[in-house]
Design a protein around this ligand. Structure first.
Ligand SMILES: NC(=O)c1ccc[n+]([C@@H]2O[C@H](COP(=O)([O-])OP(=O)(O)OC[C@H]3O[C@@H](n4cnc5c(N)ncnc54)[C@H](O)[C@@H]3O)[C@@H](O)[C@H]2O)c1
Length: 329
């Protein structure tokens, strides 16, 4: 018999903060770049009612061994009053292999996805960035903004845009209360988002580009986290062509990121156009931003190392703070 710590979404929310999550992501990407991380490809099962994804990873230096199970079951809301996308993480003891915790995966995913963009901004955005333009004011949009503000606290203005204006307005109100950004305002068009922004964030479900590369001004940094299939993209070919591109992991992006795969298939760029993986920038193997005028772009599709690393952080903090319920199995 052994004990398993059950952690609800409320527990995960209670213990996590963005600063620590960014540092944890930085360490996970460093370990990936050093070559010690074990990151198998995600396994996908098409069940009768939906898709089930299994994302395992092991970070020996951080002592994190975990698997996240994410499901996309379209009929859930109507039939079972459950969200379409559900996720839970099983954290293991790396010494014994035993599962020591089962925790909610949705908030944790949003935090780790935001934190990686925050981490990329530290290396790729201008030091004095003061304006953010955000596309997509859903779940990920909130943690993207939070993490980037943590990385660049001099932000004075955030312009937000969503195809659902009411959602964008609620977001602006909610985030104005949560963060101390002097102004978060809803703008009317994609062009308004990009114009004058030092950092552009895309966190949408759009299958087609959300802005045009010709609108970009020199020195902009873009973080694109929304698209994750070979045929969909938030970023157009022009943007990719004019950017110094950094990805979370090369093979994952070449398999899944339409933002990069489509321009490669068009023959406009080759995969050599991708400058580096984020871990190579963090470890100093390759340069991050080199001058004030270059346009930089970070593309993430999301990696299981992020989930393993954050799950360990959540578990350690929950034990210290006496959160969760222990169940003997
Ligand atoms: N890279 C990663 O690690 C990672 C992690 C989690 C989620 N995601 C992806 O991020 C995307 C967003 O996820 P979410 O949980 O925030 O979804 P969400 O549904 O909560 O929010 C997406 C928002 O994008 C808006 N939108 C759609 N098209 C738009 C457009 N053209 N311009 C502006 N806004 C537009 C929608 O109206 C919605 O408000 C999804 O595609 C998801 O799969 C990526």
């Amino acid at each position: 018999m052994s004990n398993v710590l059950i952690l609800s979404r409320t527990d995960v929310e209670f213990v996590l903060n963005m600063k620590e999550t960014i540092t944890t992501m930085e360490n996970a990407f460093r370990e990936l770049s050093d070559g010690s991380a074990i990151l198998p490809q995600r396994i996908l099962i098409s069940a009768e009612s939906g898709i089930s994804l299994y994302m395992p990873a092991f970070l020996p230096q951080m002592g994190s061994l975990a698997v996240k199970i994410v499901t996309v079951f379209e009929q859930n809301p109507e039939k079972y009053n459950l969200p379409t996308i559900l996720g839970k993480v099983l954290l293991q003891n790396p010494e014994t292999g035993d599962v020591i915790s089962i925790m909610d995966g949705s908030y944790l995913t949003a935090m780790r996805t935001g934190a990686v963009s925050g981490c990329a901004v530290q290396y790729l955005a201008k030091e004095d960035a003061h304006t953010i333009g955000l596309f997509g004011t859903g779940v990920q949009g909130a943690t993207q903004l939070w993490a980037v503000y943590e990385a660049r606290p001099d932000i004075r203005l955030c312009k937000v845009y969503d195809i659902r204006k009411d959602v964008a307005e609620d977001f602006a109100k909610k985030m104005s209360k949560k963060l101390h950004i002097p102004s978060i305002k809803v703008v009317e068009s994609p062009h308004d988002v990009v114009k004058g922004s030092d950092i552009v964030l895309t966190a949408t479900t759009s299958p087609i580009p959300v802005f045009r590369g010709e609108w970009l001004e020199s020195g902009t940094h873009i973080s694109a986290i929304g698209a994750y299939t070979p045929k969909t993209r938030e970023i157009d070919t022009e943007t990719i062509k004019k950017s110094k591109v950094v990805c979370d992991e090369m093979n994952a992006c070449l398999d899944e990121a339409g933002d990069l795969i489509i321009p490669i298939n068009e023959g406009v760029i080759t995969k050599e156009h991708i400058h580096a993986e984020l871990g190579e920038i963090i470890t100093g193997k390759k340069a991050g931003r080199e001058n004030e005028s270059e346009i930089t772009l970070f593309k993430s599709v999301g990696l299981a190392i992020q989930d393993a690393a954050i799950a360990q952080l959540v578990y350690d903090k929950a034990c210290k703070m006496r959160k969760g319920i222990e169940v003997e199995i």
